[in-house]
Design a binder for this molecule. Sequence first.
Ligand code: MG
Length: 211
Amino acid sequence: MRADRLELVRQVPGFMPAEEGLALHEAGLEAAALGPLLEIGSWCGTSAVYLGDAAEQVGSVLFCVDHHRGSEENQAGWEHHDPSLVDSRTGRIDTLPRFRHTIEDAGLEATVVAVVGESTVVAGHWQTRLGMVFIDGGHGRHPAHADYEAWAPLVVAGGLLAIHDVFEDPSEGGRPPYEIWCRAVASESFEPLDEAGCGSLRLLRRAGTGC
Ligand code: MG
């Protein structure tokens, strides 16, 4: 991972500790050889820099799917609200300008492609199979399960599914990311790569070989 990009992500508001970002980067390097990378939930672009650096090294691309309006927990009055990300014109959260600055500053505009919209709407029209899907979108029950159902089937055989904010212990965080991790582990389609994972990041490999 380029040193200037590591330095950059330290300045960007986000929810991705460096060790988890580097584990994601490592996974992205391997998966990008099989197909494009795609993340759901980009916020201001921290994980997009980690995964984008990996995609660039392999000559692939990263699609970043986000409506940029923030999840439930980012809205005013909630735990993860950041007033500096509110659009003064409308009073709504808009993280797209900050995301674009991050990708521009990282020098990743040729590799990182923003797809602005609801992830399930995008998935409903998506044809390209993916080397890796990283789920880090809405953490509520409905969005987390909907993202898993919409995107996990698009991972190629041998490709990777990554899920963020998986907490076995309910006192550490919300349930839905853990629930979709359990669904993936229980499915015949995915094998967990490492039960321990890195922090709250969990990785699984899609079963089978070839596409
Ligand atoms: Mg997260």
